[in-house]
Design a binder for this molecule. Structure first.
Ligand code: G
Ligand code: G
Ligand code: MN
Ligand code: NA
Length: 248
């Protein structure tokens, strides 16, 4: 209750922050970032999304927060656009079910891109399959429109839901992110390795890019790279942090 009222003031009072976690290629070179929101609460300190995203969704504040996140990410992309060393970097942003249900979401995102001057091809939206369960047709139609703008679409936490495979077919995806639960024991558990191998094979055959999430050790990195995975994210390469720290 009190938190909800405080959250209402978070965007207008400039209390949200974006942390950026690097995404790397097979050589370990940074190819982009995932943007993760934080709330600098006036009394409670820096809060992770687990402490306020569900509340934002329940109160309708998620639309405003989601647009703020998108604006920040797009202005970063626009700033990088003319710097050769940074221009190839991508930024991925997480999108909630409630945001996708907003009737104007496609127009809102298109407007943020236009205003910022960010190259659409450098922006990826991260989706989860659970977000589509309410009205799949409406969601698919909007995702097609976003994809038509040139925006990348990643299926996050892949392999953990019920209908992962049918979504691979129905959604206009560019990327799947192997859930970190399959990576955690990949160097010790043959079943996890088999699942990760199957995901990489399937996604690659479908022309999708695969990102392995939650890579924490060199052994996990080598094992998942040996399966043919092309992009990696996890504490081995960097934790989410403010961009000033990331750049240094
Ligand atoms: O950064 P952290 O590991 O605490 O993130 C936890 C979860 O919060 C992740 O699953 C991520 O999808 C979600 N999350 C992070 N940033 C955003 C955001 O800007 N919007 C939405 N909707 N979810 C986010
Ligand atoms: O659901 P989503 O994939 O968006 O969640 C991203 C979350 O995963 C962030 O909160 C981030 O802090 C966390 N994360 C990123 N890399 C690692 C990792 O290597 N290990 C663990 N345990 N969590 C990670
Ligand atoms: Mn994500
Ligand atoms: Na994930």
């Amino acid at each position: 209750i009190a938190l909800g009222q405080a959250l209402r003031r978070a965007v207008p009072e400039g209390q949200l922050r974006l942390h950026y976690q690097p995404l790397v290629d097979r050589a370990g070179a940074c190819i982009g970032y995932e943007a993760l929101v934080r709330w600098q609460h006036p009394e409670r300190g820096l809060l992770a999304p687990g402490a306020f995203i569900a509340l934002a969704e329940a109160t309708g504040l998620i639309d405003e927060i989601g647009l703020w996140v998108l604006e920040q990410a797009c202005s970063q992309l626009a700033a990088w656009r003319d710097v050769p060393a940074f221009a190839p970097l991508s930024v991925a942003v997480n999108v909630s079910a409630a945001q996708l249900r907003h009737p104007e979401v496609v127009e809102q995102i298109a407007a943020v891109l236009r205003r910022s001057g960010a190259p659409a091809a450098r922006l990826t939206l991260e989706l989860t399959e659970s977000m589509l369960q309410q009205d799949v047709e409406d969601g698919v139609r909007k995702l097609r429109a976003l994809r038509a703008l040139g925006i990348g679409l990643a299926l996050d936490d892949f392999g953990t839901g019920y209908s992962s495979l049918s979504y691979l077919k129905r959604l206009p995806l560019t990327t799947v992110k192997i859930d970190r639960s399959f990576i955690r024991h990949i160097d010790a558990d043959g079943q996890d390795e088999a699942i990760a191998r199957a995901i990489v094979g399937l996604a690659t055959t479908l022309g999708l890019r695969v990102v392995a999430e939650g890579v924490e050790t060199q052994a996990q990195f080598e094992r998942v790279a040996a399966l043919g995975c092309e992009a990696f994210q996890g504490y081995l390469f960097g934790r989410p942090q403010p961009l000033a720290d990331v750049a240094a």
